[in-house]
Design a binder for this molecule. Sequence first.
Ligand code: FE2
Length: 341
Amino acid sequence: MYVLGIESTSHTFGVGIVEYDGKDRVRILSNVSDQYKPLSGGIHPREAAIHHTRIAPLILKKALKEASLSLREIDVYAIALGPGLGPCLRVGASIARFLASYYKKPLIPVNHAVAHIEIGKFINKFKDPVVLYVSGGNTLVAVQRKSRYRVLGETLDIPLGNMFDTFTREIGLAPPYVVDGKHKIDICAEWGSEFISLPYTVKGSDLSFSGLLTAALNLARKHIGNKEMIGNICLSVREIAFNMLVEVTERALVLTRKHEVLLVGGVASNRCLRTKLETMAKHHKSTYGGTPIEYAGDNGAMIAYTGLLAYIHGIAVKPEDAFIRQRWRVDEVDLPWLKNY
Ligand code: FE2
């Protein structure tokens, strides 16, 4: 059986195809994507949607070619219906609705956040991890319980990726936000050597990044042009933000007495965060699992894989009922494959 997944929740338009042997073997056959990159500022939803509309046929063709399949051979279509940016979500949803209707195949609704977690579990062969999900649009710690992912802690204001993007943009270092696979905050942190005290805000298991961002920006604006000082600020912002994440993840691990720590989402490819979490997991005799860059950022393969899980467990939606949900929280989704936890 072949499942084709479409991702278009934010800046990425992606198509992935997975193969299922009907028993226990799942293989990712293709994972192709393209990103909208703003020339200035942050993501403009309408411009990103125009990018997705233009690139969609090419990405679809490439994904099918990589998998050596034609559209007629696809058995199931999966679509990320949320959370995300309305105009972007509508592009993917329209294409998926059309394909499922035209070829008379099942259409599976997928929550984007659930897909990030499931692909991480699949790659690491994890069963029951404490999940740290960090990206441009999300920052949360979750565990599975009674058919759902339960959020133990999350950002109270802006997500971490958004904070890094805003900071580097406001001090003139971005866009582009990523160069050769490295985020600008990491490149800038290499210029620094000294730690500067900035707000560290953990409230119970929740986090806040807005105070850190404001304090760092106020300080950086006084030192524009001073490479070493800007480097020190970048280094300190990154260290403080990552230490906050490690603290809330560690608390969740100790509280739930689980033995796996999983890092997913766009920021999961960050080496510094990986090292910190791995050290913490080792300290608690737990196994750490990360997500390779190809599957850490938004991608179609994670939608196809999660769509497969949902399809096997009887979840499907009529194309005319496949509405987008811009604020679809991870803990609102019933997932039958988690019922034993
Ligand atoms: Fe994402």
